[in-house]
Design a protein around this ligand. Structure first.
Ligand code: HEM
Length: 418
């Protein structure tokens, strides 16, 4: 993909093709570097004909997270976008991720202290058990799909248990999550499917809430209901929307951390051997995996609440603005040798969990899951290696903000006991 560098910032450069975001190929980083080297705020095509921009450098991306003019609310979105969501999935836009303060502050209180590091460390023994069970279930013959058989299963099981959702229902929740995370759609068929899935998931969660209200437990659904019902400031729609967000945000992201991190590690044998011989490096290794091949390549979209200018680029009201997290994480102004995987990197001020009020509340949970997963996989699977050439790894490209694999074929010599 060729990207022209603008001669001057006062003249708006040609928009980047939409595929720059949606189908960047296996290595998006060369394209990101090209955009960063020119004006780091660039127009991009955004069907159907909306004004849209990507921001690629660390400084402007990190400021963008805190810029109140860049709203998360669909009230500031282009008309077609807002209408598609309001008609097909109103339930999807009633949680903290699509709200600005002060509404955001109220909605975020629903998860309150649920994810503080101390509580997440209490989950560690159970996360270890699930991890070992999943490794026990891998084929003895030494060939497996580590993404679908492990990386995706671990966070899904953890979030289901933590929330108090029946584990047998997870394939259904996963499929619903895939449809919801690509919304809104450009075609009627896509939006009809979105409406069906939104109705189904809403009914499923309302039934679960009714069950819990009749019999409160220790799980997160019960904790959220206790907070909400004590306060009386929350509608059932807001609670359902928050639960949908936790299900969507709580599994594919962490699955990508494990999948993307493992493929990066297996492609860098020196770093693989280092982590194997010094498992205490796992905490800095996880941060480096998050930086090097981040699970969410761009922040959930912002909308310009007014006309504004960033780095000399005019941005019209209601424009869609993408903060390119994975490009900012490779900015040489901030990271020494950004294209090098260095599991000892410190400091590592990556932006993979966002910054400011929307900072990911699930970060402590994913960090624990990632640490347990990598330490256990490296210990129990001697001879771990990629079973395909790196260039044949199938990356998933869709309309969501996710950066992850379709599958991760691996080999190992044997499985050691837990
Ligand atoms: C490695 C894994 C993860 C990554 C990379 C990640 C990344 C992010 C990012 C970039 C945002 C958006 C920040 C913004 O728009 O400014 C976010 C928000 C959020 N994440 Fe995560 N996330 C991960 C795991 C999780 C998990 C495990 C959960 C819950 C179980 C979770 C729950 C949330 C929620 C509720 C929000 C909305 C916060 C708000 O709007 O205030 N995330 N995450």
């Amino acid at each position: 993909m060729s990207l022209e560098t603008p001669e001057q910032t006062s003249v708006s450069p040609e928009p980047l093709p939409a595929e720059f975001c949606t189908h960047p190929g296996p290595d998006p980083y060369a394209g990101y570097a090209e955009v960063r080297s020119g004006c780091p705020v660039r127009p991009i095509e955004y069907p159907p004909n909306s004004e849209a921009y990507v921001i690629a450098d660390y400084e402007t991306v990190s400021k963008g997270f805190a810029d109140r003019r860049l709203s998360k609310s669909v009230d500031h979105a282009p008309g077609w976008f807002r209408e598609a969501l309001e008609q097909s999935s109103p339930i999807l836009i009633k949680n903290m991720l699509t709200a600005d303060p002060p509404k955001h502050t109220r909605l975020r209180k629903l998860v309150g202290n649920a994810f503080v590091p101390r509580r997440m460390n209490e989950l560690r023994p159970r996360i270890q058990e699930i991890t070992d069970d999943l490794i026990d279930a891998l084929p003895d013959e030494g060939v497996a799909d580590l993404y679908n058989d492990f990386a995706l299963q671990l966070p899904m099981r953890v979030i289901c248990e933590f929330l108090g959702v029946r584990i047998e229902d997870w394939p259904l929740l996963h499929d619903w999550g895939m449809v919801l995370s690509n919304a809104p759609y450009l075609d009627d068929e896509g939006n009809r499917r979105l409406k069906q899935v939104s109705d189904d998931v809403e009914k499923y969660l309302l039934d679960l809430m009714a069950e819990r209200r009749a019999d409160l437990r220790e799980d997160l659904v019960s904790v959220i209901l206790k907070t909400a019902d004590a306060d009386e400031a929350y509608s059932d729609e807001e609670i359902v929307s928050t639960l949908i967000l936790l299900i969507i945000a709580g599994h594919k992201t962490t699955a990508n951390l494990v999948g993307n991190g493992m493929q990066a590690l297996l492609r860098h044998p020196d770093q693989f051997e280092l982590l194997k011989s010094e498992p205490d490096l796992v905490a800095t290794a996880i941060e480096e995996f998050l930086r090097f091949e981040g699970p969410v390549y761009r922040a959930p979209q912002r909308f310009a609440a007014e006309d504004l200018e960033l780095c000399g680029q005019r941005i019209g009201k209601e424009s869609v603005v993408h903060l390119l997290i994975n490009s900012a994480n490779h900015d040489p102004e901030v990271f020494e040798e950004p294209e090098k995987l260095d599991i000892t990197r410190k400091p590592n001020r990556h932006l993979s969990f966002g910054v400011n009020v929307h900072f990911c509340p699930g970060a402590p949970l994913s960090r624990v899951e990632g640490a347990v997963a990598f330490t256990t996989l490296l210990r129990r699977l001697p001879g771990l290696s990629l079973a395909v050439a790196p260039e044949d790894l199938p990356w998933r490209f869709d309309n969501s903000a996710s950066r992850g694999l379709e599958k991760l074929p691996i080999r190992y010599d044997r499985k050691l006991p837990r």
